[in-house]
Structure formats: C-alpha cells, structure tokens
Design a protein around this ligand. Sequence first.
Ligand SMILES: Cc1cc2nc3c(=O)[nH]c(=O)nc-3n(C[C@H](O)[C@H](O)[C@H](O)COP(=O)(O)OP(=O)(O)OC[C@H]3O[C@@H](n4cnc5c(N)ncnc54)[C@H](O)[C@@H]3O)c2cc1C
Length: 419
Amino acid sequence: MSERENRDLPDVDVIIVGAGLVGASLACALDALGLRSVLVEASAGGAQPAPSFDERNLALGRASMNALASLGVWRHINTPPESIRRVHVSSRGDFGSVVLEAEDYRLDAFGAVVIARELGAALEARLDELQHLQRLRPARVVDVQTGADRARVRVETPDGASRDIEARLLVAADGSHSAIRASLGISAEQHDYQQHLFVATATAEQDHDGCAWERFTPEGPVAVLPLAGGRLGTICTVRADAADAVAALDDDGYRELLQSRFGYRLGRIGRIGKRSHYPLTLIKAEHLVAERTVLVGNAAQTLHPIGAQGFNLGLRDALTLAEVLEAGLREGHEPGNADDLRDYARRREADREETLSFSDGLARLFGMTQPSVRLARSLGFAALNGIPGLAERLAAGAMGFRGDVPRLALGASGMERST
Ligand SMILES: Cc1cc2nc3c(=O)[nH]c(=O)nc-3n(C[C@H](O)[C@H](O)[C@H](O)COP(=O)(O)OP(=O)(O)OC[C@H]3O[C@@H](n4cnc5c(N)ncnc54)[C@H](O)[C@@H]3O)c2cc1C
C-alpha cells in the first residue's frame, strides 16, 4: 500500500470503493460527520489520476456548485470555472429554438463549466486535508462479502499483496462497470446508444459570452460549452460505426465535421485541442442498496452525457447518503442500518427516475428523423417558449434542484434556489 501504508485499519465505519468524482466527493461529505472512512482507488494517482479526471468538460448545475463549495472543494479549483449565463437549444432542420437566460431567473448564472481534470485535482487537494479518512491507492477491491452487521472487502495491490477490511457500510462508487454491483448479484439494465462522444477544446472567431449551446442533429447531438479564457469545450456525438473514421481525422478534418454539425453561430472554429472519445451506454442498476451496501454515481446509473447530468446526479447521491447517515447517527443508528439504507433508496427514487428519463428521452427523441417526431420536437420548442412555468421547471432541473434537494446543494443561505 503506497498511501499511509503502514497505518492500521481498525474496524472503520465506511469503505468507499472508487475515488472518482463521486466517491471522492462522498469522502469529503462523510468526513464532516466524523465518520471514519477508507477510500480505495485502483489508479495510482499523481501522473496516473483516476480515469475520469480527464479532459471532459463538466457542466455543473448551481446545486453542484453550492455543494462543492460547502464541501471545501471549490476553493481548490485553480482555473476559475466559466459561468453559464445562457442556454441555447436547437435542432437542425426543426423550427424554433429555446433560449434560457439566467437573468430572467434573477441569477447571475445557471451553473459553470470545469474541466474534469481540474475538478479532480481540487478533490485530491481537499482529500489531503480530511481528518478521518484513510486512503488505499493503488489498490483494487477483488472480493466482497456482506452480512447483517458488516461488509468485508479484499483489497489487492499491484505487487500481489492482499488484505481484508471490514466496515459497517460499503459504498460502491466504482463506476459504470461496478465489480461490487456484479459481486452482489445486482443486475443492471443496459442500452447501447450505438454512439460515441468526441470531446475537444477549441477556439472560435466570436466570443462565447457565457452561452452553452446544445444542438441536435440526425447524427446525434453537439454541445459547445463556454470555457475560461474564451475557449470552448466541444462535444460531438457520432454513430458508433463512424467512430474509427472520425478518430482518424486530422485537426482540419475534425474542425470541418464540427463546423458542419454546429453551424456558424460563433463564426469559424479555430484551433482544436486534443480529442478523446467515449462509447455511450445507459446503465441502470436494479437496486440502489443491498445488505450493508449502497451504490452511488455511475455504479448506480450511467447516463448519456447529452443532458450534462451524470456527475450532478451522482453528487446528489453522495449528498443524500451523507444526510441519511447523519440523521441515522442522531437516532443512535450505526452506518449501514437497514432502515437508513431503505430511506436512502426511497429518497433517491424520484430524482433518479426523472433525470434518467430526461437524458434518455433527449438522446432518443433527437435521434429520430421521422416527420411526425420532428414536428413534435418543433412543437415542443414552441411549447417550452409559450407555456408559463415550463421553462422554469426545466431550468430548475438542469440546475440540479430536483425533488428532494440535499441541504448542502441549497447553498450556504439555503436561498440559492431561485425558481
Ligand atoms: C464525455 C463526458 C462528458 C460528461 N459531461 C458531464 C457533464 O457535463 N456534467 C455531468 O454532471 N456529468 C458529465 N459526465 C458524467 C460524469 O463524468 C460521470 O457521471 C462521473 O465521472 C461519474 O463519477 P463516478 O465517481 O461515479 O465514477 P467514475 O468516475 O467512473 O469513478 C470510478 C472510480 O472507481 C475506481 N475503481 C473501479 N473499480 C475499482 C475497484 N475494484 N477497486 C478500486 N477502485 C476501483 C476507478 O479507478 C475510478 O476512479 C460526462 C461524462 C462523459 C463521458
């Protein structure tokens, strides 16, 4: 074990498997409750950060920004995140578009965009400050056993050494292909969208002016997000059978593709940064809890990134879990108490279902080209602009204020939810 290797690991309260964006955020929230946690992460750290601490652009809703500030993470972000003051949604070939302006909701911004690598570094800096956390890294959980009172995991290090750790609660934050979920026999519904998402930073002739664009095309959605320094975070979906050819394009070829899909709203696209791409699959675990175990983040559900909801939703998993554990502690429960886990699953249900169907609905509806669906889409845009309160409800959802909002997400004053 390379981190705090020789420390004893007495019986701890919580084992979190996976120090990705959600597991690391959860560790921050649990530390504030005084719970003794162990965070196990397979990647080595330093030059080999957690796999999702990469160049993807994360659009964070206001609720997530509030929460990350309360957790002490936001102040460690080095490059100031760029605010989203306006959202523009359109569909190629359909009538109309939707524009949401933050100032119409008496807000300075709906949210902000941060590069996952930078948020990851901020989380790492915050984890280093925590009082009750122990970290095992690089270390992989290879076996899980749960019983009525405890969960036990076997942890293996790259040198082949292994050890067992026990806790009252095990949290699977081990991502889309969660081995914990599989070991516990929790099945997961899966849908392959047959799409790949390409991500790259870019520059353009005109200033983004704090606008996030989402444009739907028959080949899949394109998004352009505002980044600090006038740069753009571009996201382009292509059909899976075209992914290899797109990956092989040089910068000029890729720029041309992006320009044809996005249009000229920002003039000519200029320099294109390094490209990465991801296959897109919907994964939804059948259950969120099992004996002494909770699933959070991508281990619980993996969304199409089109609605920019995956981490926002996973963070709300983490915050709600911390709240439920806090309430349980007040009642004299130990972490992992079955009633509290049921309470957690109940509290997550509505937000999870709504967010999943919102993202999945967008991904599927906008992929359809039949005339009737196109008309419905155009009418949908018209309705969004015309029905009082509809756009507000969508804006609140996009900001992360859905259903049973965790306290930390409401902001320090509890007043930062405007709609
Ligand atoms: C291109 C793209 C753009 C996106 N944009 C947005 C956006 O704008 N807004 C948004 O909210 N979300 C967005 N998302 C989604 C977001 O990135 C994910 O929801 C988020 O990263 C999930 O975090 P996680 O911690 O649950 O899982 P992960 O980030 O996958 O972390 C899981 C961690 O577990 C570790 N691990 C796995 N197995 C083991 C094991 N057995 N033992 C120990 N460790 C293990 C892994 O090494 C990894 O570090 C986007 C996703 C993509 C792909």
